[in-house]
Design a protein around this ligand. Structure first.
Ligand SMILES: *[C@@H]1O[C@H](CO)[C@@H](O)[C@H](O)[C@H]1NC(C)=O
Ligand SMILES: *[C@@H]1O[C@H](CO)[C@@H](O)[C@H](O)[C@H]1NC(C)=O
Length: 516
């Protein structure tokens, strides 16, 4: 998963880069692996600053001062199989035709075909394993075929139709044509999010425009009028007219956002496809409470017989855990305190055996655990290593019984649209029953949200109910775009390569978000 941003200002003498920088801070949770900004100056020249690390490390004041121009795009990279070690940071750039820069969030599932096509049919060299480079080059090849000295919006839409027809997967993109303007588009299923908004410049009365992965980035920059880009839709904002042109480039195949955005990925204060992420998390907690109550009722037990206190695993699950506790009539306590300064600190070579990264991040308060039957609530259980450690910490702090509930159903399959969780064989629920998972993580019982419940409760939080269904392949193995078997073999190969390259590092399974 990644974060993308695009900004074009009505005042041609203004600088877009300070606001792009601000927005990267708001979307930092979407990717801490690498960051990049490309702007376009008045003479149609691109200026860029990219590098590995968080926005605050990459965008130093010195480097930012060179990013002139009233339009630009930005990217925050989340590592996915094949993209983290070998390739460069985004946005990517091609000089022909016209000079195009592009940044993307998501993943393609027919990359191998696309690479072959680019090589054999249109003779374009691909230098990385990044899907963004593929998307950019497919777009460039399509645009080139228009054979124009100068393009117009129609040429760009036609080129995007080519992109939609060729590129299979979940993707949301922002791009910029040198001297011309910016554009954004979203795959025909709407798997990855993209919002577009406007704001009125108080001095000139003219409008500025912005794209972002999440509404929080627009809101924070004062782009209060905004809407979601629809599946298969594209928007172009030419610099000379400053009038956005919308087009449904290809018929919508479905409207199926990735449900994992709501479970874990997005910020709670974002609204994606008409659904408040925060509200959806509250609903997940409510639904989980119903599930737990019924489960105990079947054993002729009341919730209070079984559980004394509800404790969240910080941070994402707090909202759901509080709602769940209220629904169950149980006390809610913050039993784990997070060390907010730990971040991605340097780990001494011999240090990792002594202390796991979970223990470096969280501390259990024995006053809240001692002699209690606790219900721990997390957003999801991926490899199970974090959950196991957390259960152990609860037990060491004196818990009598530990029930472990997950706001998401059991994760048993690949995530193939940009949140590369783990090889399925490394998932604790892979080919295992809930009882076996409980045994492995050391909990007395594991309680998963039912998939139908999860879908219902997120869907019902939608204001205008535009979403038809959700991408839930990570729970079912059924993917919205379909996928060929060969792709999984490819994925496995990329992961093995990555593991080999990273074998010296403390990559473990913990990304900076603590997703595990
Ligand atoms: C994937 O890419 C190739 C090459 O452009 C294209 O011909 C094909 O239709 C695409 N879709 C699938 C499902 O392979
Ligand atoms: C699933 O588990 C069973 C035994 O528990 C084993 O026989 C089988 O090979 C496993 N399947 C896979 C795909 O690992």
């Amino acid at each position: 998963m990644c974060g993308i941003i695009g900004i074009i200002l009505s005042n041609p003498d203004a600088m877009a880069s300070p606001e792009l920088l601000d927005s990267t801070y708001y979307l930092q949770h979407r990717g801490q692996d690498a960051a990049g900004i490309v702007t376009c100056g008045s003479h149609g020249r691109f200026y860029q600053c990219k590098g590995n690390g968080m926005a605050r490390d990459v965008f130093t004041p010195n480097k930012m001062s060179g990013l002139v121009g009233s339009m630009g795009i930005a990217h925050l990279r989340y590592p996915t199989a094949g993209s983290s070690s070998s390739s460069e940071a985004q946005p990517f750039y091609v000089n022909s035709p016209y000079g195009i820069s592009m940044a993307h969030n998501g993943n393609l599932v027919n990359g191998t075909n696309l690479k072959k096509y680019l090589d054999e049919d249109v003779h374009r060299h691909i230098n990385t394993d990044s899907d963004s480079e593929l998307l950019l080059n497919i777009f460039a090849a399509e645009l080139e075929q228009r054979g124009k000295i100068r393009v117009n919006t129609d040429d760009i839409f036609k080129a995007l139709l080519g992109v939609f027809n060729r590129c299979v997967g979940g993707y949301a993109c922002v791009g910029m044509l040198a001297g011309y303007g910016i554009f954004g588009f979203r795959d025909p299923h709407g798997v990855r999010p993209l919002v577009f908004g406007e704001r009125v410049d108080p001095v000139s009365g003219k409008k500025d425009y912005m794209f972002a992965s999440e509404s929080v980035a627009l809101q924070s920059s004062g782009f209060t009028q905004w809407r979601d880009i629809l599946p298969g839709e594209a928007v172009i904002v030419p610099k000379d007219t400053m009038q956005p042109v919308f087009k449904q480039v290809i018929a919508r195949k479905s409207y199926s956002p990735d449900i994992f955005e709501y479970v874990y990925f997005a910020r709670p204060d974002s609204v994606l496809d008409g659904i408040s992420v925060y509200r959806s998390r509250l609903a997940m907690g409510d639904m989980l409470a119903e599930n737990i109550r019924q489960r105990f009722a079947q054993r002729q037990k009341s919730v209070k017989d079984m559980i004394d206190v509800v404790i969240p695993v910080p941070d994402t699950s707090r909202d759901a855990a509080l709602k769940c506790a209220v629904n169950l009539g149980l006390p809610y306590r913050e039993g784990f305190v997070k060390n907010r300064y730990i971040g991605r600190t340097f780990i001494m070579p011999n240090q990792k055996e002594r202390k796991s990264s979970v223990r470096r991040k969280l501390n259990a308060m024995s006053t809240e655990f001692r002699d209690k039957n606790v219900l721990l609530i997390d957003d999801s259980i991926v490899r199970g290593t974090t959950s196991k450690e957390i259960v152990q910490m609860a037990q060491e702090a004196g818990a009598k019984a530990v029930y472990f509930a997950s706001c998401a159903p059991a994760i048993r399959y690949n995530h193939i649209y940009g949140i590369d969780l783990a090889d399925p064989k490394a998932l604790v629920a892979f080919n295992r029953s809930d009882e076996e998972v409980a045994g492995l993580i050391g909990a007395d019982e594991v309680i998963y949200q039912n998939l139908d419940d999860l879908i219902d409760c997120v869907k019902n939080c939608g204001e205008n109910k535009v979403v038809e269904k959700f991408e839930v392949g990570v729970f079912t193995g059924d993917y919205i775009t379909g996928v060929e078997e060969a792709y999984f073999a490819e994925l496995e190969h990329l992961r093995a390569q990555e593991e080999f390259l990273n074998s010296d590092e403390d990559t473990a399974c913990f990304n900076a978000n603590g997703c595990c």
